[in-house]
Design a protein around this ligand. Structure first.
Ligand code: GLN
Length: 488
């Protein structure tokens, strides 16, 4: 059961090949036996999962099942879950039990999905390796000496290790795509505003977007069907109508124009990773696509632009953690100032503090125009680069990351080296576009991801391209040997 796709699980449940209770039990058992090696879950909600699975079996039996009834999934611990601790990977929220569900959680519940638990993540989604979690690092199921990527590293590792058939993640600068690439799974960051942010702990409000992580593009489409849509309670969610994201999966690729930005294939790209990406592109060409060279001339400005805007927004979002209303509070504060400084000093980790300092500086009077406003202007130029490319091509493709997963500890003392990990993913968030990572092979037994970037609200086309590629490749079906007991 554990190595079936979500689509196969839906069919198997309906055909009564197994019950939701059996299925849920199977994943809970795998979490119990394998997760001590990985640390991909912060909370496992065994009791509520089994109760929900029993209710799902009842609905399956009496013919009232919804799209995802009985299918277990895992949620990144950034989504508020009523009655279940939502830590966001931080000591600050270690004791936080939300009184409400995020809209995304509500939608999955309404469609009958079973929550297995909450996955580990970099603190407040800041990081690229999952080493910034208060709950300790997550390990990559392909090789436990390696990082799984971040910040949705727990979700990626859990799916890759077959501890959950699919999971939710969030992506502010690459946090779905980069861990998906490092763990050999498929991940989609939708267009900004496609999925409600209500109840998703805010990092950088103009960049944050939730999306699905699974083995196949088809499963990502099924999950996006559940997640996408306008939320009257989130003013930044888009009123653009949704579609059935599975409807175009079978379209052929004849006539598809794929743009290859020269900036994504130059210095800085690991040679072996580049070869895998080239091979994947040749495959797409053989399936009918035309490859077109394009340029994103402002690419070299994406890291500095992101690392002004994201910390600026983070510094304001994180000001709410003051020890007064919820979350961590220091013991015996002598006055208000002491309450604030000790609470925040104790509650936040180093990377979060670094971002608050940078962001507060960039927003302060006298520096705002020089940094924040300038960064917003450059952001517009970066977006215009993409718009110009999309006059010539339907999708843009390249590597998700400059190289495969690195060793734990390799970059944790060097924030700038860590920030370079996101060189190919950040621009997509700055431009608000949808982006995907699709398994495209291995370098030294480490997974490599092909990135696909689409026009605003063109998720169905990205999923179509990925699905067609997955009809002729099997990288997404490989499984880490240590997690299966057999060969990869
Ligand atoms: N790695 C990037 C950062 O640290 C992106 C994180 C994310 O997408 N949440 O900010």
């Amino acid at each position: 059961m554990h190595n079936k796709s979500v689509a196969q699980l839906i069919a198997g449940l309906r055909a009564k090949h197994f019950s939701s209770v059996e299925l849920t039990r199977c994943f809970l058992d795998r979490i119990g036996s394998l997760d001590p090696q990985l640390n991909s879950f912060i909370s496992v909600t065994e009791d509520t999962a089994l109760a929900a699975a029993a209710a799902a079996d009842q609905r399956l039996a009496d013919g009232t099942a919804a799209e995802l009834t009985g299918v277990p999934i895992a949620h990144k611990d950034i989504f508020c879950t009523q009655g279940i601790r939502t830590s966001c990977g931080s000591r600050m929220l270690d004791n936080f039990v939300p009184p409400y569900d995020a809209t995304l959680i509500k939608r999955f519940d309404e469609l009958g999905a079973i929550t297995l638990g909450k996955t580990n993540m970099d603190e407040f989604a800041m990081g690229s390796s999952n080493e910034n979690s208060y709950y300790g690092p997550v390990r990559n199921p392909w090789n436990t000496d390696l990082v799984p990527g971040g910040s949705s590293g727990g979700s990626a590792a859990a799916v890759a290790a077959l501890l959950a058939p699919a999971a939710t993640g969030t992506d502010t600068g690459g946090s779905i795509r980069q861990p998906a690439a490092f763990c050999g799974i498929t991940g989609l960051k939708p267009t900004y505003g496609r999925v409600s942010r209500l109840g998703m702990v805010a990092f950088a409000s103009s960049l944050d977007q939730a999306g699905p992580m699974a083995h196949t593009a088809e499963d990502c489409a099924l999950l996006l069907n559940a997640m996408a849509g306008h939320d009257p309670l989130d003013s930044t969610s888009s009123p653009e109508p949704t579609q059935d994201y599975t409807a175009q999966l079978d379209n052929k690729l004849d006539g598809l124009r794929i743009g290859l930005p020269s900036e994504y294939f130059g210095d800085g790209l690991d040679a072996a990773t580049g070869e895998r990406i080239d091979a994947a592109l040749q495959q797409l060409e053989a399936q009918g696509a035309t490859l077109v060279e394009v340029s994103l001339p402002n690419s070299q400005l994406t890291i500095p632009t992101y690392y002004v805007i994201a910390p600026a927004e983070a510094s304001t979002n994180l000001s709410r953690f003051d020890g007064v209303r919820y979350g961590h509070r220091c013991t015996d504060p002598v006055d208000l100032h002491d309450l604030y400084t000790r609470t925040r000093g104790e509650g936040f980790g180093d990377e979060v503090k670094r971002r608050i300092l940078v962001g507060t500086y960039a927003l302060s009077a006298g520096y705002y125009d020089a940094y924040y406003k300038k960064a917003q202007q450059v952001r517009r130029l970066i977006q215009q680069d993409f718009m110009r490319c999309f006059e010539q091509v339907d999708v843009i493709a390249g590597p998700t990351t400059p190289g495969p997963a690195f060793s734990l500890g390799a970059k944790s003392d060097d924030p700038v080296a860590m920030y370079l990990e996101d060189v190919y993913t950040l621009a997509v968030n700055l431009a608000g576009l949808p982006g995907m990572s699709v398994p495209a092979g291995f370098v030294d037994d480490k997974p490599v991801g092909l990135q696909l970037i689409g026009q605003h609200f063109d998720e169905a086309r990205l999923l179509n391209v990925a699905h067609q590629y997955q009809q002729v490749s099997d990288w997404h079906l490989r499984q880490p040997a240590a997690m299966t007991g057999g060969a990869a």
